[in-house]
Design a protein around this ligand. Structure first.
Ligand code: UT7
Length: 325
């Protein structure tokens, strides 16, 4: 049976570091509020030359180098993002051009902060259908361009960055063992990012012409914890895996309190939860692949470790994946 294996990872964070002290000068907030309510201390802010496609391309180059796969060998590029450079062409096509990956087809995938796990799941389906294909899955965001810098309830949370993984087929009992995805569009109003003015009058009630992130924080918080917990439980039940067998949980990084609450409900010791939220804030679709790359390059992952991914984001979208490294 063919499985999908991650054979290379990479990441790229913008140079500029924005601290909580910087934010204190911009909005009515404080380092102590941000740190205690979110766990975030710094985030990276993209400047010129660090647009989503460029961050994604840089992360992809690292992942390809680690995998020992050339751009020409790629058959598919998926860019998971809610902040692509343009609506058309897709960010994936821009990355394809930059890499010179001319044998790949390429498309963007919008599942908000759940994007990378959605991307892994989609890539896995292609690999099962064509075990020879090599796939690049990227999570890349330029959220700082899409926050309202006057809104303290959101602007302190987000950051920019990109992470990437190269997947290939394997006959070994390793790689992506299972994944489960969920969506509930009924709750879309609780977390949204408008684009060009919509002609759908139903959507205008939140002023979606304002192309900035809007979030009902406490409602999203509760949904995030419950949804990730249930996705993980169902995945582990299906696979007949005990939580005690999990070596590491790499979750979407939105709030340290969400991660602590999730770990507590799952009865998973918090030292098994990989966190980057302190340094990078919430980078949406980039958060899991950036964390994965850091853990990988930092020597925290060992062959045959059981890794869990858990994600939650706008839509709502959520899901979980189980990987034997
Ligand atoms: O990535 C997709 C998923 N996203 C998430 O999962 C995020 C989920 N939500 C959260 O992480 C949290 O709800 C937030 C971090 C967004 C907010 O934390 P909270 O503890 O839920 O705060 P709150 O919204 O209930 O606000 C509490 C107080 C309010 O003041 P009052 O009404 O109690 O006087 C806010 O106005 O904190 C105030 N507040 C702030 N104060 C200082 C909100 N933002 C700030 C701020 N600095 N930046």
């Amino acid at each position: 049976m063919t499985r999908s294996m991650i054979i290379g990872t990479g990441s790229c964070l913008p140079e500029r570091v924005m601290t909580n002290a910087d934010l204190e000068k911009m909005v009515d907030t404080s380092d102590s509020w941000i740190t205690s309510r979110t766990g975030i201390r710094t985030r990276r802010i993209a400047g010129a030359g660090e647009e989503t496609s460029r961050l994604g391309t840089a992360a992809a180059r690292e992942a390809l180098a680690m995998a020992g796969v050339s751009a020409a060998e790629l058959g598919l590029i998926i860019v998971c993002s809610i902040t692509p450079d343009l609506v058309m062409p897709s960010c994936a096509c821009l990355v394809q051009k930059e890499l010179g990956a001319l044998n790949a087809f390429a498309f963007d995938l919008n599942a908000a902060c759940s994007g990378f796990v959605y991307g892994l799941d989609v890539a896995d389906k292609y690999i099962r259908a064509d075990p020879e294909i090599k796939i690049l899955v990227i999570g890349a965001e330029n959220l700082s361009a899409r926050v309202n810098w006057q809104d303290r309830s959101t602007c302190v949370l987000f950051g920019d960055g990109a992470g990437a993984a190269v997947l290939s087929g394997t006959d070994q009992d390793r790689g992506l063992l299972a994944s489960r995805l969920y969506s509930d569009g009924r709750l879309w109003k609780l977390l949204s990012l408008g684009g060009a003015p919509s002609r759908n009058p139903d959507l205008d009630i939140i002023g979606n012409h304002e192309a900035v992130i809007k979030m009902a924080g406490p409602d999203v918080f509760k949904n995030a914890v419950r949804s990730m917990e249930s996705a993980v439980r169902r995945l582990l039940d299906d696979q007949d895996v005990d939580i005690g067998a999990i070596r590491m949980l790499i979750p979407h990084q939105a709030n340290i309190r969400i991660l602590k609450s999730l770990a507590e409900r799952l009865e998973l010791p918090f030292d098994k939860v990989y966190t980057t939220i302190q340094k990078y804030g919430n980078t949406s679709a980039a958060s899991v692949p950036v964390a994965l790359d850091e853990a990988n390059r930092g020597g925290a992952l060992h062959r045959d470790d059981l890794l869990l991914f858990a994600v939650f984001g706008g839509g709502f979208t959520w899901g979980a994946a189980l990987v034997r490294w």
